[in-house]
Design a binder for this molecule. Sequence first.
Ligand code: ATP
Ligand code: ATP
Ligand code: MG
Ligand code: MG
Ligand code: MG
Ligand code: MG
Length: 267
Amino acid sequence: MAKSKFEYVRGFEADDALLPNCWIVVRLDGRNFHRFAEQHEFKKPNDDRALHLMTKCAQTVMQELEDIAIAYGQSDEYSFVFKKKSKWFKRRASKFMTHVVSQFASSYVFYWKDYFKDQQLLYPPGFDGRIVLYPSDQNLKDYLSWRQADCHINNLYNTVFWMLVQRSGLTPVQAQDRLQGTLAGDKNEILFSEFNINYNNEPLMYRKGTVLIWQKVNEVITKKIKLPKETEEKEVEVTRTRTKVVPLHCDIIGDQFWEEYPEILAE
Ligand code: ATP
Ligand code: ATP
Ligand code: MG
Ligand code: MG
Ligand code: MG
Ligand code: MG
């Protein structure tokens, strides 16, 4: 096809191909979700509806886009890890980031009502995105460990904070003052002695966040088949294997997870 005289403007586009052989991490985060959570009456410190909706959106991203090996989410953020060898969109950074974030954001609105039932969505939420490259498997594991450690630190703080506010009637400022300078052990102690809560018994989803991986699952479906020589269709049960995105709420900081699922880092 003949080129127009305007064609030269394409030359102004920046080359944003990502370095080969590196893990590509796209992390997104809800814009101003402190306010979004308040306006939509999120239960504090953890609203299950919101966490499950985030995970539904992340599953959609993994199923719709190519080459995502694992994802990790907590609070209003999700990280997606693309395979080192991915050739998707010639590894153009802008394509990776915009496809992830827009697919996630539209899913958030699309699936909202399935999770929030009577709670109306009051305005369109937005998400920011960033890309980070990790050249070694250890760097990638450390990245994911960093996000899970962040989940733990925030959740421990928030759990005590909201107990002090909701159960002891402290104002947010008083609760903040009370927790100023406390270590993890102190927070565990406040939870145990004042609220009879053993932090280790809090739900895993709150303490560990959500890991999404691909797993083979066997599905039994009924199929109608017509045998040669017979006129009527017969229903038979067949088992087929499918790969599905499965949520886990487990530790990913220790070695055990990576020993159990070596295929994640395999290619
Ligand atoms: P920014 O635009 O800079 O990201 P932000 O207000 O979104 O600002 P974050 O550090 O991302 O700041 O914090 C997310 C906020 O959303 C926190 O205040 C957190 O309490 C709230 N939030 C997110 N998910 C939930 C949830 N499932 N339950 C309760 N609160 C939540
Ligand atoms: P890609 O993911 O590479 O962008 P694409 O299918 O979106 O693939 P485009 O080159 O962006 O490819 O083309 C957009 C397509 O959407 C065209 O086929 C066009 O016919 C169709 N389309 C977009 N807007 C309209 C519209 N308003 N009316 C009819 N068709 C439309
Ligand atoms: Mg922030
Ligand atoms: Mg945010
Ligand atoms: Mg956040
Ligand atoms: Mg298009």
